[in-house]
Write a protein that binds this ligand. Structure first.
Ligand SMILES: [Zn+2]
Length: 254
């Protein structure tokens, strides 16, 4: 129960991401919209996600999401869809009869109990650590003008790719009020662009596809995760139409 005048984690997170909601609530609200519009139940939906492989995302995975089939994991460091087109096409082959598909994706960022972006308190630790480590360590290299390619590419394929993506926005990052929040936005744009590219090249073989792009916000270990959706769409592959549900979602989430 919230004390009058007390500040909750959600209040602090909304200072950075004004449309953020607890992950559990976000998933349930999405189910409500899908049920209402298409009469589909969560167990008819194959869920493919592209989020960072950091264990905090496993620990804070919303329980409601397990009502769907999945998740088929497409993401590597920072949530970039490193598993690529083959993964998307394979996931689509696992959709149940008369079912649908949800593709959710996005970079993640820690926000600790003081509202500091890029940090969180992890389970069993007594100090805060950085999150997303891939994004923040890459940003640090760019700041210090360190050579990006000094990592053995075979051992560090994914982090090299993240660094290359961020390096393309060097000026934007170095002049931002908060480079960590900005780098997370840059990663969102890169992930979103790649996901749309993969969808355009894919053979999904299903009529209803739900596309959920977000910033995934990790609170401290005792707080869980929050989503701020940036894209929430219904792709009807039969009519080749896309309809945004974002406004409706946000009005329900108030
Ligand atoms: Zn990460």
């Amino acid at each position: 129960m919230k004390e009058p005048g007390s500040v909750t984690s959600l209040d602090l997170i909304r200072k950075i991401y004004p449309r953020a909601n607890p992950a559990e609530q976000s998933v349930n609200l999405l189910y409500d919209i899908i049920r209402q519009k298409l009469d589909l139940k969560p167990e008819q939906i194959l869920h493919a996600d592209s989020i960072c492989c950091d264990e905090v995302n496993t620990l804070q995975y919303p329980a409601a999401a397990s009502e769907m089939i999945g998740a088929f994991k497409m993401g590597g460091l920072s949530g970039y869809p490193f598993a690529g087109l083959a993964a998307l096409n394979t996931a689509a082959q696992h959709i149940p009869e008369h079912g649908a598909m949800l593709i959710s994706y996005g970079p993640h960022i820690g926000v600790n109990h003081k509202g500091v972006a890029g940090e969180l308190r992890r389970t069993g630790q007594c100090g805060d650590s950085i999150c997303c480590g891939a994004v923040i360590s890459s940003l640090q290299k760019i700041k210090e003008k360190l050579t990006i390619s000094d990592l053995n590419p075979e051992d560090n394929y994914q982090i090299n790719r993240v660094q290359q993506i961020l390096l393309k926005s060097e000026n934007r990052l170095m002049t931002a009020d908060n480079p960590i929040i900005e780098a997370t936005a840059v990663m969102y744009e890169a992930i979103d662009e790649k996901i749309q590219d993969l969808i355009s090249k894919s053979e999904l073989g299903v009529r209803h596809v739900f596309i959920a792009g977000m910033i995934l916000i990790n609170g401290d270990f005792d707080q869980g995760a929050y989503y701020q959706y940036k894209r929430l769409e219904h792709l009807d592959t039969l009519n080749n139409t896309r309809v945004s549900w974002l406004e409706e979602f946000n009005s329900k989430a108030e």
